[in-house]
Design a protein around this ligand. Structure first.
Ligand code: PGA
Length: 243
């Protein structure tokens, strides 16, 4: 099955020049590569303002957004609607990232509304779930994930096109990726309960550990820091294509 590699650039790079450079280098290195066919889909999620500058006709390279609002239009200062994103060929959207949940107080209810509107417009949501360090220590991981999923998915009849990204909060940006055996326990739990959904792993992924997560059965990766380094990112992509 095709693996999905999502690059979450967060609030980086600092200017359009650097952003274009990074995007173009990645795009150039993966065009005309028959060996990639059917093996991989790379989704670049830059800050909103860079999206209009990124064009891709490449089959392996798609555009994603890091957030969306749950209405089509109206008096919602500072927000971006799914229809606006679609105009710029954005078909994937990250929803419920822990940085948004923790820093911007995004709730499960908001996450649920965002998923609903994305599905209405036939876009692919990437739903982030994950436990905190304390929750893991108290062995509450699966309980926390189940409750995040229950709230996020309520009133959604057809959930199969939602990509679930397991991102332990303590692993994000810390250089401390989840141990394979712990990630596998979560993967088994998710696959048992959501057999039709793709499941990604995210949290301190780099070129040394990326393949381990794919080998244990994850359908792909959500990569933050390492996606900003073109060489490191392409190394991860190649490791996955040729594994
Ligand atoms: P990281 O971020 O790879 O830098 O840990 C992952 C994420 O936040 O999606």
């Amino acid at each position: 099955m095709k693996k999905i590699i999502v690059a979450n650039w967060k609030m980086n790079p600092q200017n359009l020049f650097e952003a274009k450079k990074l995007f173009n280098l990645i795009a150039k290195k993966i065009t005309n590569k028959p060996e990639f066919l059917g093996k991989i889909e790379i989704v670049i999620c830059p800050p909103f303002v860079y999206l209009p500058f990124f064009k891709t006709k490449n089959n392996f390279l798609k555009l994603g957004a890091q957030n969306v609002f749950w209405e089509e239009k109206g008096p919602f200062t500072g927000e971006i609607s799914p229809l606006m994103l679609k105009e710029f060929n954005v078909n994937y959207v990250i929803v419920g990232h822990s940085e948004r949940r923790n820093i911007l107080h995004e709730t499960d209810d908001m996450v649920n509304k965002k998923l609903q509107i994305l599905l209405k417009f036939k876009m692919n949501p990437i739903l982030c779930i994950g436990e905190s360090e304390e929750e893991r220590r108290k062995r509450r991981t699966l309980f926390v994930l189940q409750s995040q999923l229950n709230s996020a998915l309520q009133h959604i009849p057809k959930i199969s096109s939602i990509i679930i990204a397991y991102e332990p909060v303590w692993a994000i940006g810390t250089g401390k990726a989840c141990k394979e055996k712990d990630a596998l326990e979560v993967l088994d739990f998710l696959k048992k309960n959501f057999p039709k959904n793709k499941v990604l792993y995210g949290g301190s992924v780099n070129s040394e550990n990326a393949l381990n997560f794919v080998r244990v059965g994850f359908d792909g990766l959500l990569i933050g820091g390492a996606s900003l380094n073109q060489k490191e990112f392409l190394k991860i992509v190649k490791n996955i294509v040729f594994c």
